[in-house]
Every structure is written in structure tokens, then in C-alpha cells.
Design a protein around this ligand. Sequence first.
Ligand SMILES: [Zn+2]
Length: 174
Amino acid sequence: MASDLPYLRAYPVALQEQARDLLEQGQLANVLLRKYPQPHSVRSDKALYDYVQELKTRYLRNAGTVNKVLFDNKIHVVRNALGLHTAVSRVQGSRLAAKHEIRIASMFKQAPDEFLRMIVVHELAHLREKNHDKAFYQLCSHMEPQYHQYEFDLRLYLTHMEHAGARLWGDELV
Ligand SMILES: [Zn+2]
């Protein structure tokens, strides 16, 4: 019986089959840990805010203001929601100002830097592009040339979590 791989449905069948083989051989975790041995060191919402601002300053200096950034334990990573970007428009004096918030699912507090960066880049790209279209993914790849590879590997991790449940990058040392 073939395992269902909901996080990988958008990928070519051959890639899904490779992932399924690794999963069934119990090798998926090893492959991910070998490729991404270290977790990132962004340990607080304040550190996450700085991390986001640094990327924004480098690539999207004029794309509005991100007012709030946080790890959110109420985001349940189901299918496509890895993070959330919200823009709330409010009247400020005589003009409309958009207030941007970026929330990252708290499971990515313990993850490699590459995965965190992929999610942050995704949410930042929404400051400029609303839809997941060609322009959106071009912007993502401009900010992180390995964006697509990291997204695929992150989805492998979600697949691992769904089948085995164990986190690969904990903070036991803390
Ligand atoms: Zn999105």
C-alpha cells in the first residue's frame, strides 16, 4: 500500500516515489539530518523580527513596513500553511496605511536556517505579490536562489513528521 504524501502532491511523481522509498526504508530522517545538520539560532520573536528586517532591508527596502513578526503556536501546519502574512489597512491621518504582520508556525523555531529562511522569504514576497504566481516565485528565488530546493526539503521534513512524529532539530542542549 502506497503511503499518501499530502505535502508533496504538487511535485512530479518520480520525486514523490523517491520520497516514499526513503520514508519506507526509514531513511528520510537521516537524509535530512545529513543535509542540514544544524538548527538555526533564532530563539525569540525579537531575534526573528531582526532576521526578517535584515532580509527585507536587503531585498525589499521599499515594500512597506513589517510591524510585527512572531513564532505562532496557533498555526497548525496543515498542507500549505507554513506561515501567515496579514496586511491590515487602517486610516492614518488622511491616508491608508497597511500594517503588515508575519507569523511563522512555531514548529520552525527548531529547524535549520535554510527552512526558516525559505518561509520568511515566502512571507516577505507577499509584501509585493499577493498571489502564488510566476512573479511571486521569481521574487522568492531572487531573495533565496535555492528557494525551491529548500521548500521541497522542508516538505520532506513535514512528510517525516506526519509519519514518524519525531522532531529532528530539537533544543535538548538548552
Ligand atoms: Zn503564500
